[in-house]
Design a protein around this ligand. Sequence first.
Ligand SMILES: [Zn+2]
Length: 105
Amino acid sequence: MPRNQKIKPLPQDLPGVYTCANCSQVLFAAKYKFSVGSGFPSFWQHVKDHVKQHPLATYGRHRIQLLCSRCNQHLGHLFEDARTPTNLRYCINADALEFNQNITL
Ligand SMILES: [Zn+2]
């Protein structure tokens, strides 16, 4: 997908949430998930203060690491992305998440 093209939001009534695979805290609503073809689940918004941001400076690149605020599990990284409604992209390791369709936000 070209970087200057806005992503299409999913239907806002999409049920379900993604929870931390380690402690089951709710992290992301399914309706804020999108795909950029990177192979990683991506979101443009997290739930309340359930995702912690930890600035990293590794190999000369500034990145923001994302952690579960309850158990500190590494979730992925935060990037600026002009294609999303928030101009942010949460690039998440699929193994860090579990889908729960019985919870809606
Ligand atoms: Zn957790």
